[in-house]
Design a protein around this ligand. Structure first.
Ligand code: NAD
Ligand code: MG
Length: 326
């Protein structure tokens, strides 16, 4: 079982007298920098682009610098820009300005784990990854409860890397809920696996194929949409609250009997074998390489898949149905 850290295990004093540079003011950057600032941490932003997030930072009265300036004047650097652009920004503006004893923090392990970013030996490399989207990271902070987080240490030059990760987690209020220690490898590989197989990839295809089967059999698309897409959240809410057995308690006996006997026919041993193959590609770095190349080529596949997705019947019907809930 994993060890869980709470408030008593973390000390905000570790951050006293230190300046934290948050690179990026997007989904995580804004939430994390506001939380740390409100926890009494000295935060400056490193922003290169004068985009919407820059305007937002201005409006929030944050201290803004260029990325090189922010890195040069800080002790801790938090890389909170999209994973695909981190390497370029690191190579140009972050890496060259790191000094011995500094701390480099990530919210996801991708670039370190797949060695796209290789920091010097003389800095600590840590991860603090809140297990929730940015908006929730901020809302729950304001409500005094925080969201749980993962921490990891990739490189411990100072001997105090874990203490620093725990202090940042406390500054975000994650230790109020509980913080689990992981590794960059485990976080990165399980995160990619989850989003490909289960959460985003698997769930969306399950919905789409179920919808197609009903519509092809002559049922009205609106009814099919309600059944296979809209209701999924209600079931998942039950699963999240009480586990899979708790969900069975919350549905009818008919649903339980049908689900328990038919579920394993749909998701079977062959599906599991394909899941394992996908995990292999993640572990070997094959997926990471493919994604980096896709990004480098200006995302031709993703652009095509987005265009295709937009046109699908389930999207057209969905737009109409969702209006009923506005
Ligand atoms: P985001 O897309 O919201 O980041 C936007 C910010 O990055 C903006 O300030 C923008 O100006 C800046 N930016 C974009 N391109 C840039 C470039 N080329 N040069 C300089 N700055 C640039 O990012 P995010 O979703 O908050 O993700 C940040 C990190 O947090 C990632 O490592 C991600 O995996 C991780 N993470 C995100 C979430 C989430 O809720 N989105 C959850 C857990 C972990
Ligand atoms: Mg994830």
């Amino acid at each position: 079982m994993a060890k869980i850290y709470y408030n008593k295990d973390a000390d905000l004093k570790v951050l006293r007298g230190k300046q934290v540079a948050v690179i990026g003011y997007g989904i995580q950057g804004r939430a994390q920098s506001l939380n740390l600032r409100d926890s009494g941490v000295d935060v400056v932003l490193g922003l290169n682009l004068k985009d919407e997030t820059w305007k937002r930072a201005k409006a929030d009265k944050m201290k803004i610098m260029s990325v090189p300036e922010a890195v040069r004047s800080s002790d801790i650097v938090m890389m909170l820009i999209p994973d695909e652009v981190q390497k370029a920004v690191y190579d140009k503006d972050v890496g060259p300005n790191l000094k011995e004893g500094m701390v480099l923090d990530f919210a996801h392990g991708f670039n370190i784990h797949f060695k796209r970013i290789v920091p010097p030996r003389s800095v600590d490399v840590i991860m603090v990854a809140p297990k929730g989207p940015g908006a929730l990271v901020r809302e729950t902070y304001l409500a005094g409860i925080g969201v749980p987080a993962l921490i990891a240490v990739h490189q411990d030059y100072s001997g105090k890397a874990k203490k620093c990760a725990l202090a940042i987690a406390k500054g975000l209020k994650a230790t109020t809920r509980g913080v689990i220690e992981t590794t960059f490898a485990e976080e990165t590989e399980t995160d990619l696996f989850g989003e490909q197989v289960d959460l985003c990839g698997g769930a969306s295809e399950l919905i789409k194929k179920s919808f197609e089967v009903l519509v092809e059999a002559g049922y009205q698309p609106e009814i099919a949409y309600f059944e296979v897409l809209h209701e999924l959240k209600l079931i998942i809410d039950l699963v999240q609250k009480g586990g899979i057995e708790g969900m069975w308690d919350g549905v009818s006996n008919t649903a339980e009997y049908g689900g328990r006997t038919r579920g394993p026919i749909i998701i079977d041993e062959y599906t599991k074998a394909r899941m394992k193959a996908i995990l292999k590609d993640i572990q070997s770095g094959k997926f990471a390489q493919e994604w980096v190349e896709e990004h480098r080529a200006d995302m031709p596949t993703l652009t095509r898949l987005r265009e295709q997705g937009e046109k699908e019947q389930i999207e057209v019907v969905g737009k109409q149905i969702r209006k009923m809930f506005e």
